[in-house]
Design a protein around this ligand. Structure first.
Ligand code: ADP
Length: 584
């Protein structure tokens, strides 16, 4: 409180007025006192002269009349002063207040000595006789040019002192009133003066504490007003700058969060400073625990940490590919140094390349599969041709047999080419569906009709359990037959002789579920998920003919019908393939 401007202004004003009133009071009472004394002295001198003139004839006549004490008392009563009549030699001739006999010679009294020399003398001193501060005035008693003695009047200065004290009392009261008014005025002025400063302080505090203040602080018209205006201008500028920064930040974080690549910024000691949503998902980490965590804790792969370290050491961009084992995902990581401005931080980018790698692998598998599949019939064709050239042509029955075998091989080659073309057409949506309400049992029966002979040759029982009263489904008959043929064909291929294949269908809510069930070799659980991929063939079945395209065609056709397809299997026990078609 004592440090506040208000307090300082108020105290300064109060001290200043107190000091000036004190000085004024002292000077004034001094001057007054002096004036009173001078006036008293002048009055006493005049009275003394009058008395001297009155006493002169008696003194001139008798020298030392016996009634001088009486006269002194008489005049003392009239003048209200002590009257002393002194001879030129200092002998007291008359006295109004004291026993003259006890009074000594008065020649050495200053006022008397001066009066005899100069015609008038005055002095002020404490009278031990009266016990008070007194004023003494003496004038010579002159008659006919001869000094006969001195008459002295003495009056107590008490009246002067009480008059001065009265004036001092008035002055003190005035001082107190003026002081009180000064303090009030100073408090008011300082309050008005410091109010804008307080408002400004409050606004600055508010600004420091949180969001920026929206409304400007009201400016006064003085110097503080200029400061307030400058503050308001600064506040507006700050507002704009913060807004720009926030917009930039929002854009940047929007881009970061929407990016499908994982982004991390790591400081020079390897602590994560920033991480986007894609990265959080990629590494399955809790966003709340990421900031400040070490890189190895977050990415959990030594190759990523080594990449960051290489970038940190060399200052050059680095990259690496690695597999996140638990998630079975392949990531392509790159590290770029953000330079000295961001105190040695490094930007790490991670791209999920699982799909690309899968496609790459599938393509590789496909090429190897197709080459394998092509090599077998081509090798057989080559061998058959050579045999024919080597003389088998001359053996017509053998030549016939070889030609029949050559035809089979050529059929196998053309099937593969047809399937490849078919899949490519379906995948690129170049097969328009001709949808019609169709009886499920018709679809099932025509498929069984087409494959009955093939099943019989493979020594398999093929039949259906499809109720004829099932509701109609919306299907392109040719395409759904192709689906069923592919599934039954696979069942024939992968079921040893003596087994059976059942085609069924049943209604479920707004769809019909078709099922092709066999008692064949079955499919392992981890491969079940992949058999619908293009070119995928279970290793075990490599030896059997097929391109790995059949189920991919099935999946695409069912999906374009708006249905779903899946498989269940138990290795060694058989497999069941299901697909749904919407009701017509
Ligand atoms: P393919 O032309 O090789 O038959 P598909 O796409 O039709 O190609 O099948 C892919 C793979 O799925 C097959 O190679 C086979 O390993 C497996 N498969 C498909 N159907 C069956 C089934 N009924 N029983 C066992 N395995 C099957």
């Amino acid at each position: 409180m004592f440090r506040s401007i208000r307090w300082r202004i108020t105290v300064s004003f109060a001290l200043l007025s107190l000091l000036s009133l004190l000085v004024l009071g002292l000077v004034l009472s001094g001057v007054l006192r002096q004036t009173y004394i001078e006036r008293l002295e002048a009055q006493m001198t005049a009275e003394a002269r009058l008395l001297g003139d009155t006493l002169a004839p008696a003194l001139a006549a008798a020298g030392s009349p016996a009634d001088l004490d009486e006269r002194a008392r008489h005049w003392s009563g009239l003048l209200d002063a002590r009257v002393t009549i002194v001879a030129v030699d200092g002998t007291v001739l008359g006295e109004s207040h004291e026993q003259r006999a006890q009074m000594g010679n008065h020649a050495n009294r200053p006022e008397i000595a001066v009066a005899l020399d100069d015609g008038q003398g005055s002095s002020t001193r404490f009278s031990s006789t009266i016990g008070q501060q007194m004023m003494y005035t003496a004038v010579p008693i002159v008659s006919g040019g001869q000094t006969l003695g001195v008459v002295r009047l003495a009056m107590p200065l008490q009246a002067v002192e009480s008059s001065v004290a009265q004036i001092q009392g008035i002055l003190t009261t005035a001082t107190l009133v003026i002081m009180a008014l000064t303090v009030l005025l100073a408090a008011f002025v300082s309050y008005r003066t410091t109010r804008p400063v307080r408002k400004l302080t409050e606004a600055v505090r508010q600004m420091a504490a949180g969001p920026l203040i929206d409304s400007p602080v009201a400016a006064s018209r003085d110097e503080v007003g200029e400061l307030t205006q400058a503050f308001n201008a600064m506040s507006v500028q700050l507002h704009e700058q913060i807004h720009t920064l926030q917009t930039e930040e929002a854009k940047l974080s929007g881009v970061l969060q929407k990016m499908t690549d994982g982004v991390l910024i790591v400081d020079q000691v390897g602590r994560v400073q920033l991480m986007n949503a894609a990265a959080e998902q990629m590494f399955s980490v809790d966003p709340a625990a990421v900031l400040g965590a070490s890189l190895i804790q977050v990415v959990q792969h030594h190759l990523a940490v080594e990449m960051w370290q290489r970038c940190q050491n060399t200052g050059e961009s680095q990259s690496t590919d690695f597999e996140l084992r638990p998630m079975r995902r392949w990531l392509a990581g790159s590290a770029v140094s953000l330079g000295p401005h961001l105190s040695g931080s490094t930007l790490l980018l991670f791209e999920d390349v699982t799909r690309q790698r899968q496609t790459k692998r599938l393509r590789r598998d496909f090429i190897s599969n197709v080459s394998h599949e092509l090599r077998t019939p081509l090798a057989a064709l080559k061998a058959l041709t050579e045999t024919l050239q080597d003389g088998a042509l001359n053996d017509p029955p053998a030549a016939q047999r070889f030609l029949a075998q050559m035809e089979t091989e050529v059929d196998s080659l053309s099937l593969m080419v047809t399937e490849l073309l078919e899949l490519s057409r379906i995948e690129s949506n170049r097969v328009p569906l001709k949808l019609h309400p169709t009886r499920p049992v018709d679809l099932v029966e025509s498929t069984i009709g087409r494959l009955a002979l093939q099943a019989e040759r493979a020594q398999l029982r093929l039949f259906h359990t499809c109720p004829p009263e099932l509701p109609l489904v919306l299907a392109d008959e040719t395409r759904i037959q192709q689906v069923l043929v592919n599934l039954v064909h696979n069942a024939i291929k992968f079921t040893p002789p003596g087994g059976q294949i059942v085609v069924g269908a049943e209604r479920q809510e707004s769809a019909v579920i078709f099922c092709v069930r066999d008692t064949g070799v079955g499919i392992a659980a981890d491969e079940l998920a992949r058999i619908f991929e293009r070119f995928y063939k279970v290793d075990r079945s490599r030896a059997t003919s097929g391109t790995g395209l059949g189920l991919a065609i099935v999946r695409h056709l069912v999906k374009t019908h708006g249905g779903q397809v899946w498989a269940e299997s138990e290795p060694g026990q058989g497999s069941s393939f299901y697909f749904t078609l919407p009701l017509a």
